[in-house]
Structure formats: C-alpha cells, structure tokens
Design a protein around this ligand. Structure first.
Ligand code: SAH
Length: 214
C-alpha cells in the first residue's frame, strides 16, 4: 500500500487537537495558544516528527510547531504525540511557501530544516526550502536573534544552500560537511532521514546561520 493513501489520515488530522486548523488565524497568537511566553521553534518539513518530538520532550520550556504538507506522514507524528501528550508541541499541515501567513513578524525564535526535498531540476530551484525566496520568507517571521539550522546528506543541495545564504546576505555561524565526525555532533538530535542516510554511509552536512539584521 502506498503511504500517501493511508485510509483515514485526513480524519485523524481533523480530529486531533494537536493539529492547528485554520492556521492563518493563528498569526500573532501562537504564544496565546501555548498559554505562555516561551520561545517558539519550528521544523519545516518535519515528516513523521521523530526529531521535533524528541526536542519537545527534552526542552519543556520551548514551544515547538511541526510544519508538514503531507497528511500521510503528519498522521504518524500525531499518533506519537497522542501517546506522549506533550503540552509544548503542535502541528500544522501546510505548504511552507505560505509560512508568512501563519506566523507574524518575529514570532518564531528558531527554524529547523532537516533533509528538505532536493528539487534537483534547475527550474525548480525556487521550491528548495533554502532558496533565497524561502530565506526571505523566514526573515519575515524570525525574531531579532533568531536563526536556522539546516541538515542534509545531499551535497548538491547543501552547496546550493551555502550559496543562497551568501546571496541573501545572511551570516553563517558554522558549517560542517561531516557532522557525525565533527565536534558539532555533541547534543545532535538525529532525524529519521539522518538515521537512515548515515546508516547507508552518507556524511551529514550541517549549517547554522542567521539573518544579518544590523
Ligand atoms: N525532517 C524529516 C523529514 C525529511 S523528508 C527528517 O529529517 O527525517 C522532507 C519532508 O518535508 C517531507 O515530509 C515533505 O513532505 C516535507 N516538505 C517538503 N517540502 C515542503 C513544503 N514546501 N512545505 C511543507 N512540507 C514540506
């Protein structure tokens, strides 16, 4: 059975209190929704949620929002969160392009991009989640001292991303082409794809960067 056709995933999403419906009405109201003033961190393209669920467990004083466009994987994250009942974790099913309609200026303190779709064709470059077009959208929602961590095993996508970060005038804090054999590995939380691809022997690339808001 193809995962995308899992029966009932739309219903599971509609029924879950952990999925924010009508997400555009939440713009500027996320702290109210969580009921506290804690920082808000988001993962865009969270897949089945392994990474963000672990972060939410480890950091109860940070609020997390997992963004995912596909119901078939989102439903797996909902299943786990239904068991865990973490009060600091919510999900949104949406296309990331519209992120600026869902979070207000400076409402997000940190963004994680993990193993984003490569969109290998040149004419699809704008769809890559690290394109200058997306960086501009992120700048519109990030707090003054906000930043982004991007991980991937896809070297062409990573090289493209480093170029786009420069082109957008953002600042790189650190870069590694082999995270698991670098000092930055300490405290690293593995994503589902990271586990899969590193087991296959692929080195994991990671960049930490932030907008230049001088
Ligand atoms: N972050 C997870 C999953 C990586 S796969 C991990 O590292 O294990 C990439 C995920 O991003 C997929 O689930 C895909 O549906 C989602 N995604 C890709 N482009 C997206 C977009 N534009 N908006 C929302 N989700 C997106």
């Amino acid at each position: 059975m193809r995962l995308r056709n899992v029966k009932g995933s739309r219903e599971t999403i509609a029924d879950s209190d952990f999925v924010v419906k009508d997400e555009e009405s939440m713009k500027g109201k996320w702290r109210e929704k969580f009921g506290n003033d804690n920082p808000i961190h988001i993962e865009i393209g969270m897949g089945k949620g392994k990474f963000i669920i672990q972060l939410a467990k480890e950091n109860p004083n940070i609020n997390y929002v997992g963004v995912e466009k596909f119901s078939s994987v989102l439903v797996r994250a909902i299943e786990k969160q239904t068991e865990e009942q973490l009060p600091n974790l919510l999900f949104v099913r949406m296309e990331a392009e519209y992120i600026g309609n869902v979070f207000d200026k400076q409402e997000v303190d940190y963004i994680y991009l993990n193993f984003s779709d490569p969109w290998p064709k040149d004419r699809h470059a704008k769809r890559r989640l690290t394109s200058v077009q997306f960086l501009e959208r992120y700048e519109g929602i990030l707090a003054e001292d906000g930043g982004i961590t991007f991980k991937t095993d896809n070297r062409p996508l990573f090289d493209f991303s480093l170029e786009q970060i420069d082109e957008a005038g953002w600042i790189k804090d650190n870069v590694t082409f082999d995270l698991h054999n670098s000092p930055y590995v300490e405290g690293n939380v593995m994503t589902e794809y990271e586990q899969k691809f590193s087991e296959m022997g692929n080195p994991i690339c990671r960049v930490v960067f932030h907008p230049n808001k001088k």
